[in-house]
Design a protein around this ligand. Structure first.
Ligand SMILES: Nc1ncnc2c1ncn2[C@@H]1O[C@H](COP(=O)(O)OP(=O)(O)OP(=O)(O)O)[C@@H](O)[C@H]1O
Length: 347
């Protein structure tokens, strides 16, 4: 444990972040209004990893700026660890911001300072005693596995190492919440894996609550306990990952478990239709083998398939081919078992 005061259980029931009726309207120079956030209601529980996803322009950056009190909302409240940060005086803001560590897409390190000095920076600004700063920096260097690089400069580090320094710096003041803005989108697959593992350790070993803004559904699938989809400034879907994926026809579930990759050259699409079949392991619903059994009874062939366990829910998504003469019979048979099925349009 690097510091005290943080929750010891990874997911507790208490809400650490509450957005209540949050709205933000920008006014352009020509006087036009842009509703960047509209009546956003959102809760994040202490100790969880919460993903926020949405297309470009959905309002993700505005949401981050409201969470860090860099932006004042037009309406509503932003409550972090019990404090409404949306209407604080300047003098109170500095204290409130210490509750949130920030991790950026490109780490945003100070090039003229060493790794250790970058991590120490927030503590130097906060005028902490030198001995305390050194002890914290040493612990954090060890935590992120960069003790040997303490005296290196950012230009001497790989992208993943820079991001680990950025994460250590975000932790320096021992915040209960860390906000990550696209933390892995500039990294390759292997480095992304390492950074996601490190973020999971922040949650498990330090009890830190993490909010990740991302466009990568793989990140949501790998490490998020809960997720929110923003669209045109509004919350379209929000909740625990295991509940979201159970609603197999929803926009988020469709993206979190994508349609399996199919080799179209192998298909006879002049005769067959391609079906997208989705199901989860809920009590009273057919198991994966029962779905495969039904598909085979109906004369369908398996072109590709994925099975994943997300939270405590097993999710399956199959690509089946079927002679189009049997389509309505098959749709009725799947529907009778409560299994989602949709014909895939092949361009
Ligand atoms: N300072 C501003 N003045 C006017 N409009 C703004 C301002 N900042 C953002 N907007 C508008 O608010 C909406 C939401 O923008 P925001 O940057 O929050 O979206 P985003 O989801 O972060 O997008 P991206 O993924 O591209 O960063 C957009 O329509 C954007 O044009």
């Amino acid at each position: 444990m690097l510091g005290g005061g943080q929750a010891s259980s990874p997911v507790a029931s208490e809400n650490i972040i509450e957005l209540i009726g949050l709205g933000k309207t920008y006014r352009s120079e020509k006087g036009q209004e842009v509703n960047a956030l509209v009546d956003v209601n959102l809760t994040v529980r202490r100790g969880e990893i919460h993903g926020i996803v949405g297309q470009s322009g959905a309002g993700k950056s505005t949401l981050i700026r409201c969470l860090t009190a860099l932006e004042q909302p037009t309406s509503g409240q932003v409550i972090i660890d019990g404090t409404d940060v949306s209407h604080l005086k300047q003098s109170q803001l500095r204290e409130a911001r210490r509750n949130i560590g920030m991790v950026f897409q490109h780490a945003n390190l100070l090039d003229s300072r060493t790794v250790a000095q970058n991590i120490a920076y927030p503590l130097v600004l906060a005028k902490r005693p030198k001995a305390e700063i050194k002890a914290t920096v040493d612990r954090l260097l060890d935590f992120v596995g960069l003790t040997a690089r303490a005296n290196s400069y950012p230009s001497e580090l790989s992208g993943g190492q820079k991001q680990r320094v950025g994460i250590a710096r975000a932790l320096a003041d021992n915040p209960p919440v860390v906000l990550c803005d696209e933390p892995t989108s500039a990294l390759d697959t292997e480095t992304t894996r390492q950074i996601l593992d490190l973020l999971t350790r922040l949650q498990r070993e330090l009890g830190v609550t993490i909010v990740i803004i991302t466009h990568e559904m793989g990140v949501v699938r790998e490490i998020c306990d809960s997720v929110t989809l923003l669209e045109a400034g509004q919350v379209v879907q929000s909740g625990p990952l295991s509940e979201i994926v159970q609603d197999v026809s929803s926009a988020l579930a469709e993206e979190i478990v994508p349609f399996p990759s199919v080799d179209y050259a192998d298909l006879n699409l002049s005769r067959d239709v391609l079906l997208d079949v989705r199901f989860t392991s809920q009590p009273g619903k057919p198991t994966g083998s029962a779905v495969l059994g039904l598909a085979s009874q109906l004369g369908a062939d398996l072109a590709a398939g994925t099975f994943e366990t997300l939270g405590n829910t097993q999710v399956g998504r199959l690509a089946l081919t079927l002679d189009r003469r049997h389509l309505s019979e098959a749709k009725a048979a799947f529907a009778a078992q409560g299994i989602f099925v949709k014909e895939v349009e092949v361009a």
